[in-house]
Each structure stands twice: as C-alpha cells, then as structure tokens.
Design a protein around this ligand. Sequence first.
Ligand SMILES: Cc1cc2nc3c(=O)[nH]c(=O)nc-3n(C[C@H](O)[C@H](O)[C@H](O)COP(=O)(O)OP(=O)(O)OC[C@H]3O[C@@H](n4cnc5c(N)ncnc54)[C@H](O)[C@@H]3O)c2cc1C
Length: 429
Amino acid sequence: MSSPKNIAVIGAGPMGLACTYELLKAGHRVDLYEHDDRLGGMSASFDLDGLTIERYYHFICGPDYPLFELLKELHIDDQLCWQPTKMGFFYHGKLYKWGSPPHLLTFPHLNWLAKMRYALHVLHTKRLQQFDSLDSLKAATWLKEWVGEPAYQTLWDYLFQLKFYEYKEDISAAWIATRIKRIALSRKNLFTECLGYLEGGSETLLKALEERILTLGGNIYLKAGIEQVVVDKQRVQGVLVNGETRPYAGVVSTVPLPYVPRLAPNLPADILNKMTAIQNVGVVCVILKLHFQLTENFWLNINDPTMEIPGLIEYTNLRPMSYSIVYVPFYMPKTHPKYSNDNDSFIKEVLSYLPRINPNFTNNWVIATHVSRYQFAQPVCTPRFSQKLPPMQTPIAGFYMADTSYCYPEDRSISESVKVGKTLASFFV
Ligand SMILES: Cc1cc2nc3c(=O)[nH]c(=O)nc-3n(C[C@H](O)[C@H](O)[C@H](O)COP(=O)(O)OP(=O)(O)OC[C@H]3O[C@@H](n4cnc5c(N)ncnc54)[C@H](O)[C@@H]3O)c2cc1C
C-alpha cells in the first residue's frame, strides 16, 4: 500500500460511501462531503406519512455480485430477501400478465413468429458473456433485427419514447442488452421471476456503511456541498467548502459528471468538453401510499397512447407492507417543458390513470402522496459510450472522478455504483 494520505470524497451516494469505506480499509484518512442533509443520493429515504421509504424504488437482481460482497463484509447479508414477483403489461387499455412463456403465448398483440423471435432474443441475450460487439450498435436497430418491426413497436418503442424522448434513437445496444440480461438472470426458473430487496430498504445498507466508516475513523459532513476542487500547478491541494479551503492530497468526485466542470474548471478543455457532451434524463417520480393493492404486479409496463408513463412499480408487491406503495416515474430530459410543471399536476395526472388500470380505484384509496425529482436520474448511454467518457484518473494529479455513467455497459444500480466506488479507491492503493 502507498503511504496514508488525507483524502476528500465528494458525494455520499452508494458510490461515495463505498469509495470512502475502501480508502479507510487501505489505511487512508478520509472525509466524506455530502451536499444533501442525508446520505444516499438517489437511494436515500424520506418520511412518507410516518413511513420511511426510498425516494426511488430499488430492487436487487441475481447478478448484483458487488453488492452481495459488500453486504457480507458489513455482516448484513442476512437482511437480503428474495421474493417471487409478477410482471404485467398494460397494452392499449387492457392489463395482461407478462414475464413467463404462457403469458407470451397468450398475448394477443404479437403473431407466433414474433413471439418466437422475442423468446429467442431473451435467451440469446441472457447467455451473452461480453458486449463489445454490441457497443457500436443502436438499441433500436439491434432489437428490430431480432424481434421485427411490429414487435419492436409493441414492446419497446413507447418505453424508449417515454424514457429518452429525443435521444431514443441513439441508445447503445450493449446498454439495453445488459439490462435484459440482469433481469433474465433474476429468475428462479422459466416461469418465476425472483427479485431482491433489503429488509428496511436501501437505508439498511446506507446505515451499515455509515457506521463502518465512522468506526474506521472517517468523517462524514452533511449539508457540506463542495464548491471547488482547489488545484495548483495541475496538482490537487484541497477542497473549498462553505467558503473555507481544507487541504487534501487526494480528492475523489462521485457527483454527477455535469457538476464537475464547475468543481474543477482547470481540467483540460477536451475533458470538460467530453463531460458536457454527456446527456442525462431526469425523473419526476410520483409516490403514492394507498390503502389497497392496485394490481398483483411489482412491475407494470405500459404502452397506451393515452397514458404518458412507461410503467409503474408497486413496490409493496416486492417488499410487503401493510399499505401499498406505488412509484410512477416520469422520465424526461430536464429541458422538456413538462419537467417544470408543478408536483400537483404530476400527481393529478397519475390519479387520472389509475382507474383505467384498476377500475375499483378511487381517490379515497390515497393515504399520502409525494414527488421526488432528480435531474441526473439516468445517463443517456449512446453507442461507443465508453470512448466518450473522460478517464477516471484526471490530468490533475490526485483528482479522480466517476458517476453512474461509468457503470456502462451495465445500467446504473446500487451494485454498479459500489463497484465503481471500489475502482476509484484502488487508484490510491
Ligand atoms: C427512478 C430510479 C430508479 C432506480 N431503480 C434502481 C433499482 O431498482 N435498483 C438499483 O440498484 N438501482 C436503482 N436506481 C439507481 C441507483 O439509485 C443509483 O445507481 C445509485 O443510487 C447511484 O449512486 P451514486 O452514489 O453513484 O450517485 P448519486 O446517488 O447520484 O449520489 C451522488 C451524491 O453526490 C451529492 N452531491 C452532488 N453535488 C455535490 C457537491 N458539490 N458536494 C457534495 N455532494 C454533492 C448528491 O447530493 C448525491 O448524494 C434507480 C434510480 C432512479 C433514479
């Protein structure tokens, strides 16, 4: 190991927490800075009418190995629960069962050939070991080649439209393939999907990491947004926080890449340009606490021209509670005019959709509502995305950076953020 250093980590989401923990294990002195009033970033929780619940839904999949390793190390692997889950597909006004061979066979809006091609595509993708050959391909092109144009329109086009809008034609096939594979490997058998959650939610992981960081002598500062990385002669000197410069030999940023040009304006122009070229979609996520279960499905995909949502997630069909918790994400680039609409209009829109999904639903079912927003909910991973990312090890000596874009070709997840956090820490070992 190199000699112990004073290191500042910026951002206390899963990536920053995992990175801090690894650096402390390696013997460094580490201060973790978080802009928010709590740990967790996208995986943080809040109080919804007396219930501690995550800002965004989180499920765990069979291949989330970096997360499993961490849970074991933190002695909380016994908190990991697996639950058989159901999927639905609300297609043009009707709710269908989805996610197993009998459901595919009885779905009336695809012909036999399309169904066969769809099944073969999932089997093929599940077995893929490397994704290089898909890296330069567009997702839409690759999916159409496998399942055909009509099936693509039925199954994929609306989802892409309502997640990526103007970017929908420029999504990497490698990225979508890893998403399909992650879910496909989360099955108990051909007929049963099985997803994971933590007893107590992601908060259980965040608390365990916090405790371990403090035990190892690390410091965590909340409401401490870093204003700048202090640099002299292309070498890190420290960070500027609340108007005060604090000296550090190393600085690691885990904040969304679009924030970095403001934090480190002395980075070379080519790196700044690469960062500003990466696009993200934001999310406005409506969360409902309901008296009754809306459907039996954890995940409900939606393709209905009268509903401007790609799906809804009834979280309590994964992690049982005495209420029903439903997440309804409106993904969109923050430049979309709808993004600036107020929270009430999103809640109203969701409530207007629910009687179509379950005709028994009335507004009397609603106990509480909440809206979570995040500008950088999902990086837009375009073909050859890894070549578009600036290096984690920047030309400023002692300054390293990453965000969820670096999970590529995998989709962003808590598990992948843990993995990237470890990689960032390894630069100091
Ligand atoms: C709608 C939605 C659904 C999701 N579903 C799942 C799922 O089912 N399963 C799963 O595994 N993952 C899921 N994810 C993804 C998962 O939440 C993220 O991948 C993960 O939380 C990212 O962690 P991170 O630490 O990399 O980044 P972030 O969570 O973005 O953390 C970055 C942190 O940096 C802080 N920060 C920013 N600027 C500064 C500054 N100047 N100074 C100090 N701090 C700063 C931010 O406040 C934030 O806390 C979902 C995400 C969303 C939005």
